[in-house]
Design a protein around this ligand. Sequence first.
Ligand SMILES: CC(C)(COP(=O)(O)OP(=O)(O)OC[C@H]1O[C@@H](n2cnc3c(N)ncnc32)[C@H](O)[C@@H]1OP(=O)(O)O)[C@@H](O)C(=O)NCCC(=O)NCCS
Length: 229
Amino acid sequence: MNELLIIGAGGFARETAQAVRDAGDLKLLGHLDDDTSLHGTEVDGVPVLGGCDLVHDRSAAQVVICVGNPRDYASRARLVRRLGLAGDRYATVVHPTAAVSSTSHVGPGSVLLAHCALTAAVRVGAHVAVMPHVVLTHDDVVGDFATLASGARLGGGARLERGAYVGAGALVREGTTVGAWSLVGMGSTVLGDVPPGEIWAGNPARRLRAAAAPVLDELGTRTTGGPAT
Ligand SMILES: CC(C)(COP(=O)(O)OP(=O)(O)OC[C@H]1O[C@@H](n2cnc3c(N)ncnc32)[C@H](O)[C@@H]1OP(=O)(O)O)[C@@H](O)C(=O)NCCC(=O)NCCS
């Protein structure tokens, strides 16, 4: 059984640890987090072994990066860049209740939590976070480092570009694109394309403002998310 280290010890990381336990196909070694106050403690019974750079000492273990929130959803991309691991170090974590169709593909470093559904020919890139009850329908394409919060739903042929964040319960109309590193607020209804690097919200969703600086910085970077999907 392959060993796994989870980078991060916050909410998303804990949910991923639970998915790993429920799936039972990886041996969870523990969390790594740069918050030194957590070192030597346990979260939900899982040890926090040390800082993120410990991945280099535990080179036999697979890794999944589970950080990111709506205030800074570029943190996964920054960590991938900083750690510089080979693509094959990254595991893909899929909760046993996720319904992933045989015609769909999920990239390395991505996490699919409980009860999400990928209906047909869905392509999910690398280091993507798919929270519980997300529904991705036929021909959707989700770029590297994207995040779908719980209950988000995409119509057929929708596209989330690299790093896009779709808030909890948001709806994206079929054939619509959410641009790179843009965020759609919780409960929003996206009826038309969202340009890159913007925050949109409401029903119908409208532009609120530009994304925050650390996120906008990612628009100009070339972090490798893993093999192209
Ligand atoms: C869109 C979002 C990023 C805006 O956050 P913010 O920049 O702090 O914005 P504010 O709360 O100051 O609100 C700014 C305006 O947008 C409106 N607004 C904020 N979020 C909204 C939403 N989701 N839908 C509709 N309107 C929204 C506010 O009512 C406010 O309007 P006003 O200026 O007319 O009063 C945030 O509300 C959001 O939806 N984040 C995603 C949350 C989520 O999905 N979390 C899952 C984590 S697991």
